[in-house]
Design a binder for this molecule. Sequence first.
Ligand SMILES: [Zn+2]
Ligand SMILES: [Zn+2]
Length: 292
Amino acid sequence: MAQREPNAVAHMLGLLGDEWTLLVLQQALMGATRYGDFQTRLPISHSVLSSRLRSLAENELLKRRVYQTNPPRSEYLTTARSRSLWPMLVSIWSWECLWVPEHPDPLPLMHHAVCDETFAPVVACGSCSEPVSEKDVVAQWGPSGSWPRSIPAAVTRRRSATSQAGLFPQTMTVLGNRWAFAILVAAFVGVSRFTDFQTQLNAPPGSIADRLGIFVANGVLVGTDNRYRLTEKGRALFPVLISALQWAQRWFPAPEGPAVELTHTACGGRFSAVMTCDKCTRPLRGADISAA
Ligand SMILES: [Zn+2]
Ligand SMILES: [Zn+2]
């Protein structure tokens, strides 16, 4: 039975691999609470907004609270589960600042209250505190890990046009679809052939081909000799993926153990990501970070 149950990776891809969900969450974390707040801030239809608010509440990423009964009105508040996504959002922010120069309005820099400097986040190892890159971390399937358990069940989401909205347009293109997100995870663990993406992810070939094309167009993957490899820009998404994975393993643990086990090769210890400030090197906390 446990062989079939979705693991933390499946929850991560299913919940976060959706552009509108990410946009709604981003706005909620920046202070939107009422239906009208989301509508004003996002070019989103009634049906899409209602469905995303419902699924976010079902998955305890937002808490619905009735603030008025006549007529009935609700607001949507962040939860510990959604607030703990800050390392992923900070990583996305940093990646867009560095790698997506075509922003129509430049992104604000991030400010660290502890050292009073504008900063960029640096991923460090929780065991030895040294900074790490994707080259220093080895990922292996854990007791609840395997591709079949890591792919979310088909979702019956209302299809809608890609919006290009929000502060992080390219991240939404890169992550905002469950196949795209899954391809990216597979690329990080070394999958490179078209047929291997298709068989490992058990995905429709058309979806794989579409997404690989978008990744190549965005400079995240480069395709040569029938293989697709991460570019420097693609590898720079490591902090985004690692913080999404860590979030999922925290909130969706499997009784038999983690889906993915990570080792820091330099110290040999179990790898858990700690976000630190590049200016003062102290560990970051969500509450200390704001737009500069
Ligand atoms: Zn280490
Ligand atoms: Zn600092």
